[in-house]
Ligand binder design. Sequence first.
Ligand code: KIV
Length: 264
Amino acid sequence: MNTQKRMTLTRLKKMKRDGQKIVCLTAYDAAMAHWVDQAGVNVILVGDTLGMVVQGHETTLPVTLADMVYHTQMVQRGNKSAWCVADMPFMSDGSIDKAMEAAAALMKQARANMVKLEGASKRILSIVEQLSELGVPVCGHIGLLPQLVEKNGYRRAGQDDASARVLEEEAVALEQAGAEMLVLECVPSDTAKRISENLNIPVIGIGSGKESDGQVLVLNDILGTSLGGAPRFAKNFLQDKNSIQEAIEQYAFDVRNGHFPLES
Ligand code: KIV
């Protein structure tokens, strides 16, 4: 039974400073958010992956702001203590005004604690700056960007020195613009390590080795229920357990103790 107080940004930053791994997992509805929270997961991400693992789309692109609000509302009914991050869906950050409205809906109607945006273009940096100035906590997301799949495909990022350097510059620019957390998706482990050491904000990796301040995975991937299978870097934690609750607890334990992911 999780009797934790509500997670705050201050506590997440302290966890980073103290070298305590931050456990993050996606959830999309009240029941699963309850079990994820009960397992002691620190951060619940209401990811736009819901388009793929819940709605059955091939990509995250069809997900709407109304979908994100609906799922985040459900998650926040089931979640009592984890910090809740909601994704800004594809094109909701197409202009400053649209981004402000989307973030307002996610924070006010859906009661997210933080919003997440993909990329580090000039436009994104300026949105991060304005949201942050208005008091909206923002999580950046660089590396593989699922919302750019039609343009770039699902490609690992930072595969040569020059592109790894670009990732490091993007990470610094996001922190300077006011981002309070950063997701690194599918970047090389040594790049993730350098970025995590270089920033003061928590850096959460996915498919990026074990050196970040924390890890995130998609809930359906750790339960083996993702349509079309899970990415290679994920692990099915349910296969040798008796319940979903035990599987999520094992994921949290393994991240916290550096047993997941195994490769550096
Ligand atoms: O949408 C999502 O679930 C995500 C994670 C894969 C990081 O952004």
